[in-house]
Design a binder for this molecule. Structure first.
Ligand SMILES: [Zn+2]
Length: 454
């Protein structure tokens, strides 16, 4: 998702210890305390010579790998403890494990999707690839190269995977000498020899990963990228090229690239002209920017911040529906909060859902960044939660299902912590996990907000 411009607002402060905190007085030194001491120590280190500077860079690389190995061991350990407890609570076997990847994601300050990958990586290393884990612990292989080894062996049986692990990682000095590309090639070669059918399974798995993503480009442009099976990718490009050839032969002045881009927009949006504002494109800007030529940037949900003039141009070419929508999402002058709406129904009406999606911009799980797909009652409707702006939040599909795990609670929090990046009245939620850790999410600021005091 187009998250880069808003990422800072999702970086809520995270407490290292459980919410109850506990007094540090006379308490035994915990693992997190001793790690904090190492971090403090690192900040004071200085090289005394050029040689020591280079030595230190190498040694710190070992430390990063060793830290990744320790994270993998903690993650696998937490997974088995939590599954054990969930089983003891009578949770059905197929539901056990729910919520764990989400907890690891929050602790690592990454999206739930990345948390899931980290957990899979950790379990594979700890349970199935002891040599790679040992090399990572010793700093002989980086976290990324260990990840390559895990990925390249993902389609093998446990026995074959153990064999590749032995072949490539039991000799740490050999492993250390391999570049990313050579490591991947060696892992593939070993895998194909052990199990030729794994090539077929890999191709099937890769097809499952087809997707379309978007990210902002400079100058109010955007990249829309499709990851497709090779034949489909070639077919899409051939179709666009063919479409461009006819009119260009008849003297159309647009360049081939421009014509292909216009055809792409027309066919995807179903419009006869490449006019994206006729589809449901929303725009948030202050009246000062729209009418008085003010320079405050506008906000285009699904993209991010756009320059004031680009916003005005978009508004001018918009349809009547787009103009109505602009009037509706008028932002409050001081806080930049969107002006609210209410509903008595259980389901969020379309207008209110759009309003909440515009306010939150991205999934309400800290660091998720995925596009909003559902409007969620923070306090469930069944527990007396209202269908209104303050009890509604936008979630992506995965997070909307993940939140059901036992031990998780979410509150709309009127008082975000004063240590975070947020110092105004923007919409904030507080998530508590089964281990008592607390995380904050604050909606990004919209046009019209007074800048937060430093
Ligand atoms: Zn999410």
């Amino acid at each position: 998702m187009f998250g880069s411009s808003t990422a800072v607002t999702t970086e809520a402060p995270v407490r290292l210890k459980a919410a109850d905190g506990g007094s540090p007085l006379a308490a035994p030194i915990t693992v997190t305390d001793s790690i904090a001491m190492w971090i403090e120590e690192l900040s004071r280190l200085e090289g005394t010579s050029k040689k020591e500077c280079i030595d230190s860079i190498g040694a710190l690389e070992d430390l990063k790998a060793a830290a990744a190995a320790a994270q993998a061991r903690f993650a696998a350990d937490y997974d088995s403890r939590q599954r054990h407890d969930q089983s003891a609570l009578g949770m059905p076997k197929k539901e056990q494990g729910k919520g764990i990847a989400g907890e690891i994601a929050l602790a690592r300050r990454v999206s739930p999707n990345q948390g899931n990958q980290h957990l899979g990586f950790s379990k594979a290393l700890v349970n199935e690839m002891p040599h790679t884990l040992k090399a990572l612990t010793a700093g002989k292989v980086s976290e990324w190269r260990a990840t390559l080894l895990v990925k390249e062996t993902a389609c093998l049986t446990v026995e074959d995977r153990a064999e590749v692990d032995h072949q490539l990682a039991s000799d740490q000095n050999y492993l250390q000498g391999l570049s990313d590309r050579r490591l991947t090639a060696e892992a593939r070669k070993a895998s194909y020899q052990l199990d030729p059918q794994s090539v077929v399974r890999r191709a099937a798995k890769a097809t499952n990963e087809r997707t379309v993503t978007g990210r902002p480009a400079p100058d109010a442009m955007a990249y829309v990228t499709a990851l497709l099976p090779a034949s489909q990718g070639v077919a899409v490009l051939a179709a666009l090229t063919r479409a461009a050839n006819g009119p260009r032969a008849e003297g159309d002045q647009r360049g081939r690239g421009q014509f292909m881009a216009d055809t792409f927009v027309e066919r995807i949006t179903g419009q006869s002209q490449a006019d994206a504002t006729a589809v449901d494109v929303q725009l948030v800007m202050t009246d000062r920017t729209l009418l008085a030529g003010d320079g405050e940037p506008a906000f285009l949900p699904g993209y991010g911040v756009i320059p004031a003039q680009v916003g005005r141009d978009l508004a001018r070419q918009g349809t009547a529906a787009a103009e109505a929508w602009i009037r509706r999402l008028y932002t409050a002058p001081v806080s930049g909060q969107l002006v609210g709406m209410d509903s008595r129904s259980r389901l969020f009406p379309k207008g209110l859902s759009r309003f909440i999606a515009t306010r939150d911009q991205i999934c309400g799980t800290p660091w998720c960044d995925a596009p909003i797909r559902h409007t969620d009652h923070v306090v469930p409707w069944s527990a007396g939660g209202q269908t209104n702006e303050s009890n509604g939040r936008g979630l992506c599909e995965a997070c909307n299902y993940a939140k059901e795990a036992p031990g998780w609670t979410v509150q709309a929090a009127p008082d975000p912590p004063d240590t975070g990046p947020v110092r105004d009245s923007r919409y904030t939620t507080k998530t508590s996990t089964p281990t008592g850790h607390v995380y904050w999410f604050t909606a990004p600021s919209l046009p019209g907000a007074t800048p937060a005091k430093a």
